[in-house]
Design a protein around this ligand. Structure first.
Ligand code: ADP
Ligand code: MG
Length: 346
């Protein structure tokens, strides 16, 4: 069988949490592909289900509240949802690894950096001696651009700057040359210059090592810098997905359009008010079955839709508007239905 062009295929993933006020569905039947050696971006406002999607793939949902209720997650043809806990432990780190937003939380504050790195090698590569593992740790620190790695291996995380710590976290994530790296807001905690350096580093390591990346961010600027394909999530669902070019230059969903308009641009800086999308993300407890963004996109079409039976009973499917470009199939949330110039135009 030909290997698929995708390293990861997520289909109809449903992830829910048991809470005091009942079960909430954080990820509501989400599907997407991650092409080999490419970067897929997942973007959307805080709370839309990006991290829960990542934790579902890693099988690291908080227990016992978090549950995957349906779907499949195929890594190179193997369904991760069918793996035993022991199998999934082997996949983690070696085949898929994750980079979190806050580097300190991923590092052990009381252990030398070299020890933390060595342990990964020793755990997954039993043939390595301690000395080999220590040397491999120095090599990987060198690769992620840490100066004097042979000195740094002997230091503790607090002795490094935030940017250097995130490089260590990247080194840990890449140590075993995984096929897929999931980076969840990897640069959000860093200042802009360091952010650009870290994104450039990830890109060059991707060229060198050929891994695929899922880049999770609320920042379309980061997406523009790094991604080949983009999934736009809204309230636990995919609103739109396509190539970065399609999403940036031909957005079809009013939510994508709103996110694009809220990016600060140099030419807008004299304007005092930055465009934001009006309204709130609906609470997960009482979500409609229909198109969820409709309540935030005022127009005669959406007013009529919100009163309709379809809003209460029918989930819109995704339609392919051009090859590889999919959008929620509901006029109330489509850019075309707004005609020329929306009220929020800058
Ligand atoms: N531990 C949890 N317990 C209950 N609900 C949770 C938990 N973690 C996340 N959720 C729910 O899942 C939704 C999506 O969260 P998350 O994926 O973290 O959002 P984000 O897109 O900001 O990463 C949240 O809005 C929240 O309602
Ligand atoms: Mg998150």
């Amino acid at each position: 069988m030909e290997p698929s062009e995708n390293i990861l295929e997520v289909r109809d993933l449903i992830t829910a949490f048991d809470t005091d006020s009942g079960q909430v569905t954080a990820v509501d039947s989400v599907s997407f592909d991650v092409p080999r050696s490419r970067t897929l971006g997942i973007v959307g406002e805080s709370g839309c289900g990006k991290s829960v999607t990542a934790l579902s793939i890693m099988r690291l949902l908080p227990q016992p509240m978090g549950k995957i209720l349906g779907g499949s997650i195929q890594l190179d043809g193997k369904d991760l949802l069918l793996c035993s806990p022991e199998e999934i432990r082997k996949v983690r780190g070696a085949r898929i690894s994750m980079i979190f937003q806050e580097p300190m939380s991923a590092l052990n504050p009381v252990q030398r950096i070299g020890k933390q790195l060595s342990e990964i090698f020793l755990l997954h590569r039993p043939e390595m001696s301690k000395k080999d593992a220590w040397n491999a740790s120095i090599d990987i620190l060198h690769k992620v651009g840490i100066p004097s790695p042979e000195i740094r291996v002997g230091e503790y995380p607090h002795q490094l700057s935030g940017g250097m710590r995130q490089r260590v976290v990247i080194a840990i994530a890449l140590a075993l040359k995984p096929q897929l790296v999931i980076a969840d807001e990897p640069t959000t905690a860093l200042d802009v210059t360091i952010q650009a350096q870290i994104l450039a580093l990830m890109k060059s390591l991707q060229h060198e090592m050929g891994m695929s990346i899922i880049m999770i961010t609320h920042d379309l600027g980061v997406i523009a810098e790094t991604c080949d394909r983009v999934v736009v999530m809204y309230a636990g669902r995919v609103a739109e997905m396509g190539t970065a070019d399609q999403i940036f230059h031909n957005p079809q969903h009013l939510y994508t359009d709103g996110l694009l308009k809220s990016i600060p641009r140099l030419e807008n800086q004299r304007k005092s008010k930055l465009a934001t999308i009006p309204g709130l993300v609906p609470a997960l407890q009482n979500l409609p079955i229909g198109a969820r963004f409709a309540s935030r996109s005022p127009s005669p079409v959406s007013e009529a839709y919100l009163q309709s039976e379809a809003y209460k009973t029918t989930r819109p499917s995704l339609k392919e508007v051009e090859p590889g470009h999919w959008v929620e199939d509901c006029p109330a949330v489509l850019v075309e239905s707004m005609g020329q110039g929306s009220p929020e135009d800058l």
